[in-house]
Design a protein. Structure first.
Length: 138
């Protein structure tokens, strides 16, 4: 049985997707194998797909590969590492922009629902209660 995936694990898997090597076929099976090899994250495709950040990053990468194919730019061997780093950062940047758009859309829904239920800005901005360090109570 696959272990519970933490927020740090999700970030690592999304990072693997952003940095995917064009030489390796991009599949759920290969992603799971690489996550297990590199970070000891033992999981199945179904488990990973259940996390929206991983699923959307995977879908975005798949779409990017479909539209752009394998980018075979001729670069000198000395610049190969830099070219891979740039491609990785561009992929991460694109994914983060799409993630931000989804979060902003979610925020608009929350904003409307708060307004519809008469919740004031003071109530929304109230700080979280402090956690009692002696117990698990909030």
């Amino acid at each position: 049985m696959a272990k519970h995936i933490t927020d740090q694990d999700i970030e690592k898997v999304v990072s693997l997707i952003d940095q995917w090597d064009d030489e390796t076929k991009f599949t759920w099976e290969n992603l799971c194998a690489l996550a297990k090899k590199r970070y000891s994250i033992e999981s199945t495709r179904q488990t990973l797909q259940g996390y929206s950040r991983i699923k959307s990053a995977y879908d975005d990468k798949k779409e990017d590969l479909r539209l752009n194919g394998k980018r075979k730019e001729k670069v000198p061997p000395s610049l190969n590492i830099a070219a891979k780093r740039i491609a990785s950062l561009e992929a991460e940047n694109g994914r983060l922009k799409k993630e931000q758009e989804r979060l902003l859309a979610q925020f608009v829904v929350w904003q409307y629902n708060a307004y519809a239920h008469g919740i004031t800005m003071d109530e929304l901005n109230r700080p979280l209660p402090k956690k009692d360090s002696r117990s698990n109570a909030v």
